[in-house]
Design a binder for this molecule. Structure first.
Ligand code: UD1
Ligand code: CA
Length: 437
């Protein structure tokens, strides 16, 4: 139990100029999930904060919409114009007039932060009865980060931004991770005292350190063990690097849990996918979004599972197969070249090569469901035009286009009759060579 309540402030108003994008930076995604979502989930998973404030500004409507649709318990606060990280936090003051607890401040562009670290950080702050705790890390290349300035007794006395550093400060390797735990009542006055007479003409959140030291408040620092966690995304190069880091963590975890991954370097699996033991993932598989995959399955090579797949045990998802928002029960095969979307597929079903669930009507923009019940099979190249149900043990002939429900144990076939013209080719060849004489 902590001594005080916790709320969070997530900074997400900046433009992210270096992304060179029309999208706000925090809505850029890793495995279909925006950076901001990773940060909010990490906070929520600590189960310590009872309210989140998201500071929005640049393209605020888009960010607000994302929050409304996905985190309805988080509150957006507009910062317009964006005058710096200190100005951003000060926008929350009117909402926290009576608040007597801890505020955790975090940037919306650090998707690799884990809830364990945030939890340890808040508990460290609480155990030390600190008024302000900053998170720091030791970087071999500290470029572009704020530097932690300590006095002779190793006490933290200030944070200096890269652009404001003296040559002596520039070589300091301890950097500001940009995550703070604040004893709100003690520190909130700092925000009226921050000035913008610095290299960037901004109100720096980092200046609350100097202020707290002057006020004789207790300032602590928490040194991060795993530097990767505070990797901030400022460009698309860094976005790709963060994706790799998250992916490596996930495939490693899955292998430790008994999943066989033939080539971790070419296998992408989102953190929100669970996979049962003894499932084999072949190379060049891409799995994004939230999915549950059972035991003893074989996935790939070259399979794409997009989101919302619930796959049972001993299921085969073969090459060039795409699965989206579908349930596939045990012992079913979707072995080659198929698209299965918005479908519910029973057990012991065989989906023939090239089977397509035609789930989307581009005119009405409505997506419909395909249901294929236990024991049914679809012949190669069949198209199931949803909404449609193929009942138990029904068989769909190769090349068929199925537009209505098919009853159990029946054969359905729309194939045009086969015509054979004997010696047709021979005659054509003779005609052709005759003409050349
Ligand atoms: C900041 C820290 C720096 C630290 C680094 C860690 C300051 C002054 N500097 O620098 O010490 O080492 O993070 O990653 O805080 N934002 C707003 N409103 C604004 C400005 C920024 O909401 O007016 C948001 C941005 O959207 C972003 C976050 O604050 O999510 C950090 O801003 P950014 O410009 O990336 O700060 P850094 O230069 O990285
Ligand atoms: Ca940053």
């Amino acid at each position: 139990m902590l001594n005080k309540k916790v709320k969070s402030i997530i900074l997400a108003a900046g433009k992210g100029t270096r992304m060179k994008s029309d999208q706000p930076k925090v809505l850029h995604t890793i495995f279909n999930k925006p950076l901001l979502g990773y940060v909010i989930d990490a906070i929520n998973n600590t189960e310590l904060a009872d309210e989140n404030f998201v500071i929005v500004g640049h393209e605020s409507e888009k960010v607000e919409n994302y929050i409304k649709n996905n985190y309805s318990d988080s509150k957006c606060i507009l910062q317009m114009p964006q005058l710096g990280t200190g100005d951003a936090v000060s926008k929350a003051i009117p909402y926290l007039k009576e608040f007597d607890g801890y505020i955790i401040v975090i940037c919306g562009d650090t998707p690799l932060i884990t809830s364990e670290t945030i939890k340890n950080f808040i508990e460290f702050h609480d155990n030390n009865h600190a008024d302000l705790t900053i998170m720091s890390a030791i970087f071999d290349n500290p470029k572009n980060y704020g530097r932690i300035i300590r006095d002779k007794n190793k006490k933290v006395i200030a944070i200096v931004e890269e652009k404001d550093t003296t040559p002596e400060q520039k070589i300091i390797k301890e950097i500001n991770a940009g995550i703070y735990c604040i004893n709100w009542k003690k520190i909130r006055n700092a925000f009226n005292n921050i000035e913008n007479n610095n290299a960037q003409g901004e109100y720096y959140l980092t200046d609350i350190v100097k202020w707290a030291v002057q006020e004789n408040l207790i300032v602590q620092s928490y040194i991060l063990e795993n530097n990767e966690e505070i990797f901030g995304i400022n460009s698309k190069v860094q976005l790709a690097q963060a994706t790799k880091i998250l992916n490596r963590k996930q495939v490693t975890k899955l292998m430790e849990e008994g999943v066989q991954i033939i080539d971790p370097d070419t296998t992408f699996i989102s953190p929100e996918t669970t996979i049962g033991a003894d499932t084999i993932i072949l190379p060049n598989v891409y799995i994004s979004g939230k999915n549950i995959i059972g035991e003893k399955c074989k996935i790939g090579p070259f399979a794409h599972i997009r989101d919302g797949a619930v796959i049972g045990n001993n299921v085969r998802i073969g090459n060039f197969v795409e699965i989206k928002k579908s349930v596939i029960k045990d012992n079913t095969n979707v072995s080659h070249l198929s698209y299965i979307g918005d479908a519910q597929i029973g057990s012991h079903v065989n989906i023939g090569a090239g089977t397509i669930t035609a789930n989307y009507n581009p005119i009405t923009k409505i997506k419909s469901k395909t249901i294929i019940k236990d024991g049914a099979n679809t012949g190669s190249n069949s198209v199931l035009v949803a909404p449609v149900t193929v009942n138990e043990n029904a068989s769909i002939g190769a090349g068929s286009i199925i537009t209505k429900d098919i009853e159990a144990y029946s054969l359905a076939i729309t194939r045009s009759p086969l015509k054979v013209f004997s010696n047709w080719v021979k005659k054509k060849i003779e005609e052709f060579s005759g003409g050349n004489k």
